[in-house]
Design a protein around this ligand. Structure first.
Ligand SMILES: *[C@@H]1O[C@H](CO)[C@@H](O)[C@H](O)[C@H]1NC(C)=O
Ligand SMILES: *[C@@H]1O[C@H](CO)[C@@H](O)[C@H](O)[C@H]1NC(C)=O
Ligand SMILES: *[C@@H]1O[C@H](CO)[C@@H](O)[C@H](O)[C@H]1NC(C)=O
Length: 395
């Protein structure tokens, strides 16, 4: 009786906690353990997850795929939605999904967990432990290592939510949103070592109407990287560091490239990152652009390049020396940004000779270096300041 009572209280709490993501009352629950998944961290549960997905996906009702507490070993899995009938699938994770111990198993796949062509999928809670550090060690020794897998990706998908997820030690990027519409990422945590290679927290590209809120990202590469074809992106209350900060780019990777437009980043805290707000493009021709970008309200703590536009990116001088960036950067606002720079130059605008940055606005910016005023440098940048701006304006 007591057990029954406890069970219904827990069930009630479970439903209440799901309420904020709008499930209808008709949902059916598919527990992965029913399909043979084992919470022991040893038994490969890949097929069980795929079977639970197929069952949920084949239902015409809203569904829940439930992953109880415990550790579930999973290889590379693609959850595809092409034939899904369920209008709304919640993947509720109370446990931890772990990658195979041998990094080579995932290392040659490009993704660990990918959702492709799905609509109305929410991931709620859970931890994803990709166990990437042996691959990082391999890469640091420069031996013959696989590229590594993205931990979680959504590709060509719509109406997606990721809520309260923890992503640990990805081999490569932690979360990728590629070719999607209407995505909400809320309360996500990313944790990887500050020197782990290419472990970007969240990467967005070719996607529209993406919101990233209330998240904390500690990693070895970009906190959030924003690639070509990103439109209407809203980022708010994100903490970054360690890592490389929030970056638009690298743009001009290819000649024929979609632009980045209407990006707002509000209330960010950067701690010990290499960059704060960066826009970066290769120094070569491209049809891409970046316009209507708003960086509003940020605290920088010991950040190497708090505000930077670098349009002369040309690593190893390959395929770009003596070229200029074809990326037009315009209408970029930096407003209410304060804190400390770890280098003397806190603001650096190094824009394209052929397409100078235009419509840059600095408003109420106060960045210091060793308790003194920092410096700014501008090349091919046109804009204005308003309010108090320190370091002194070079626009
Ligand atoms: C983000 O956090 C704030 C403050 O804690 C809260 O008011 C807001 O509802 C959260 N946003 C979402 C989408 O949950
Ligand atoms: C810019 O994106 C925001 C959402 O991030 C949206 O509310 C707004 O309407 C968009 N503005 C334009 C001009 O499209
Ligand atoms: C800029 O910040 C420093 C350190 O917090 C402070 O001492 C200084 O008064 C601020 N300057 C302005 C113009 O607000």
């Amino acid at each position: 009786m007591l057990m029954l009572c406890l069970h219904s209280i827990l069930f009630f709490i479970f439903l209440v906690s799901l309420n904020n993501i709008n499930i209808s009352s008709a949902e059916t629950i598919y527990n992965v353990q029913t399909y043979g998944a084992k919470p022991n961290g040893k038994t490969d549960s890949t097929q069980a997850f795929l079977d639970a997905w197929a069952a949920a996906c084949g239902s015409t009702d809203p569904t829940i795929i439930y992953i109880p507490e415990g550790r579930y070993l999973l290889g590379s899995v693609a959850f595809t939605g092409g034939n899904c009938k369920s209008p709304d699938i919640i993947v509720r994770i109370d446990g931890t999904l772990i990658a195979p111990e041998d990094y080579r198993i995932l290392g040659l796949a490009s993704n660990w967990l990918s959702f492709e062509s799905v609509s109305g999928v929410s991931i709620v809670g859970g931890a994803l432990d990709a166990r990437g550090s042996p691959l990082w060690d391999c890469k640091s020794k420069g031996s013959n290592c696989p590229a590594g897998a993205t931990t979680l990706s959504f590709v060509n998908s719509n109406n997606i939510k990721i809520n309260g997820l923890l992503s640990l030690n990805s081999q490569m990027f932690h979360i990728v949103i590629n070719g999607c519409q209407n995505v909400q990422v809320q309360g996500v945590r990313v944790i990887a070592a500050g020197d782990s290679p290419n472990t970007d927290g969240i990467h967005v590209q070719l996607s529209t109407d993406v919101v990233i809120m209330n998240s904390s990202i500690k990693t070895g590469d970009d906190c959030i990287s924003i690639g070509p074809g990103t439109k209407n992106l809203w980022i708010e209350r994100v903490r970054c560091g360690p890592g490389h900060g929030i970056s638009i780019g690298s743009l001009a990777k290819t000649m024929d490239e979609a632009g980045v437009q209407n990006v707002t980043v509000k209330s960010t805290i950067f701690t010990g990152t290499t960059n704060g707000f960066r826009i970066k493009s290769w120094a070569r021709h491209s049809t891409g652009f970046a316009q209507a970008i708003r960086f509003i309200g940020a605290t920088m703590i010991n950040v190497q390049n708090p505000i930077i536009i670098d349009q002369n990116y040309c690593p190893h001088n390959l395929n770009c020396p003596n070229e200029v960036s074809g990326i037009q950067i315009s209408d970029v606002i930096y407003q209410g940004i304060r804190g400390t720079s770890a280098t003397p130059v806190a603001i650096k605008f190094d824009c394209s000779f052929k397409y100078p940055c235009k419509g840059i606005t600095l408003q109420n910016v106060n960045l210091t270096y060793l308790n003194k005023e920092a410096q700014s440098t501008c090349t091919n940048a046109i804009g204005k300041i308003s309010g108090q701006v320190q370091p002194d304006n070079c626009l």
